[in-house]
Design a protein around this ligand. Structure first.
Ligand code: MCA
Ligand code: AMP
Length: 496
């Protein structure tokens, strides 16, 4: 029988705790049992979902993991939705992927019920599923599609990144090997589960290894600090914004309390930062405070993780280390030459079994994203004394804020629907906490008025929280080049 390796490995972990929650613990055996009955229910009369896209909306926890496994085991493609997405964003993902059904919990059903009705999509609430007995599940070969994640890019609308089971497995195996995941590991999971940082690096690596996850619906400083002080974890993974916030929180605590938490942080076997640049100053501050040397790594939805500082050896502030196992990395200069020398900049290109299969329904865009079999990341880097250092992105239209990748073009398209806005340009401005913050320069319609507060209020129905502009500058005209194209570097200068 061809069964996913994640599933057969789970059988060997049996009664071990897979998920530790406030309510109770869930064993690997329970994940297997529930996902088998859910899979049977999703299948109904069918023998195989045959790569039907099943969208689901659930916070981190038993329901999320068992739904993900059930869809995989029934032969479907998992499409986790963003919990904070707005209706237009959800509609786009559901229609673009041609999802065949939406699965959610009673608590979240209101968020999607009207939309599903309008799109004529079946909506399943997990609590209301009639428990059917298990049935034979299909064979899942590793070259089948397993997941679609929507990611923003240099196009206005997000693209669906499709990975096969083989891609997912390669991404997991690379990290399990490099970071020496162990079955005794315990890790908190507070990152969103519609991106690979949470899905692959944390959840899937932990469950592959027989480790234990403590899931949270989102990051809450007080809870996380309390659990750290109770010695709840051995591994910790977060985005740079969270480390900045942790430093601020620790520094504001009374000394006794602070020392207790710091002592527990210092005992963790591994603390990792990624998804955006970790400023060297934050890296150094964290070491000064806790004695921990953060391991910074670099990755992307399309490729999984590519570069990492070592588990053993020098973890250099401001650098992302070297290629991970199963990953080949090269730099290509702007002139199209391979970079062979240190200190010479080039675009990061990646090849290997973890690299995604395709952009959903976009064969031309997929083809254009590869250079002779190497995926073009659009990130520039340089090698300095053996380690890669990320220099930035080729496109000014990609913003990284709080670890989320945002498309300036997507935000501009939404803002242009505002009745007061005639023209606008969105950029990311540097910010100590968020890395970059969304800022908009706007030309208003004649006689119109607009404040940042009212714009933010209007955006709430259109854009997820992290895409909503944090700064607004009203201008008479936008800077343009001789061809009439808006020049974003000049827009950035307006904010200085
Ligand atoms: C929220 N706020 C912001 C932003 N987000 N302000 C500026 N910029 C932002 N991006 C404001 C809100 O408006 C609110 O303000 C206040 O902060 C609290 O909002 P909330 O949503 O509660 O924020 P939070 O819960 O503190 O969230 C911060 C966070 C979250 C935990 C860092 O953004 C997060 O989970 N980020 C991780 C994303 C992630 O996993 N990315 C990985 C992508 P007010 O109080 O005034 O209303 S995968 C990836 O990148 C690749 C593959 C990789 O390498 O990993
Ligand atoms: P996403 O498309 O959400 O997967 O985000 C991937 C992007 O995050 C990459 O293309 C990089 O621009 C950025 N990124 C991830 N990790 C790092 C890092 N350690 N340093 C700098 N940028 C990073």
């Amino acid at each position: 029988m061809t069964e996913l390796e994640l599933i057969s490995r789970a059988r060997t972990h049996g009664d071990k705790v897979a998920l530790h929650t406030k309510a109770r613990d869930f064993s690997y055996a329970e994940l297997l049992d529930r996902s088998a009955t859910l899979a049977a229910s999703f299948l109904g009369e069918a023998d195989d979902l045959e790569e039907a896209r099943i969208a689901f909306l659930a916070p981190a926890g038993f329901d999320y993991i068992t739904t993900q496994w059930a869809i995989w085991r029934a032969g479907g493609v998992v499409m986790p939705l963003c919990l904070s997405a707005t209706e237009p964003e959800l509609e786009y993902a559901l229609t673009n992927s041609k999802s065949s059904r939406v699965v959610t919990t009673r608590d979240h059903a209101d968020k999607v019920a009207d939309l599903c009705k309008r799109l004529n999509l079946p909506l399943t609430t997990l609590e209301d599923i009639d428990v059917v007995s298990e049935k034979p599940l299909p064979e899942i070969s590793s070259d089948r599609r397993g997941m679609i994640l929507y990611t923003s890019g240099t196009t206005s609308k997000p693209k669906g990144v499709v990975t096969t089971h083989a891609n997912i497995q390669a991404q997991i195996e690379s990290l399990v090997e490099a970071w020496e995941w162990q079955s005794t590991d315990r890790i908190p999971l507070f990152l969103p589960l519609h991106h690979i940082h949470g899905i692959i690096n944390i959840a899937s690596c932990a469950l592959w290894s027989g480790a234990s996850i403590e899931p949270f619906p989102h990051f809450t400083m007080e809870t996380i600090l309390r659990r750290v002080s109770e010695g709840a974890y051995t591994v910790f993974m977060a985005v740079p914004t969270i480390y900045v916030k942790l430093i601020q929180a620790l520094e504001s605590l009374p000394e006794g309390e602070r020392e207790k938490i710091i002592l527990e942080f210092s005992k963790l076997r591994l603390m990792i930062s990624g998804s955006a640049a970790l400023p060297a100053s934050v890296h150094e501050k964290w070491t000064e405070l806790t004695g921990q040397k953060l391991l910074e790594r670099y990755g992307m939805t399309e490729i999984g993780m590519a570069l990492s500082n070592p588990f053993h050896g020098e973890r250099r502030p401001g650098a992302v280390g070297q290629a991970l196992p199963k990953v080949e990395v090269r730099l290509k200069s702007e002139e199209g030459d391979l970079v062979t020398e240190e200190d010479e900049a080039g675009e990061i290109q990646v090849r290997g079994p973890g690299v995604f299969h395709e952009y959903w329904n976009k064969p031309e865009v997929t083809a254009e994203s590869f250079d002779d079999g190497w995926f073009r990341t659009g990130d520039m880097a340089v090698i300095e004394t053996g380690y890669y250092r990320i220099m930035g992105r080729l496109s000014v239209d990609i913003i990284k804020s709080g670890g989320y990748k945002l498309s300036a073009l997507e935000i501009e398209a939404a803002l242009l629907n505002h009745p007061a806005i005639c023209e606008c340009a969105v950029i990311g401005v540097n910010d100590d906490t968020w890395g970059e913050m969304v800022a908009v320069a706007a030309v208003l319609e004649e006689g119109a008025e607009l404040s940042l507060d009212s714009l933010r209020e209007w955006c709430r129905d259109q854009l997820s929280t992290y895409k909503i502009p944090k700064r607004l500058l009203l201008v008479d005209s936008l800077p343009r080049n001789a061809m009439g194209k808006i020049t974003k570097p000049a827009v950035r200068e307006l904010f200085q």
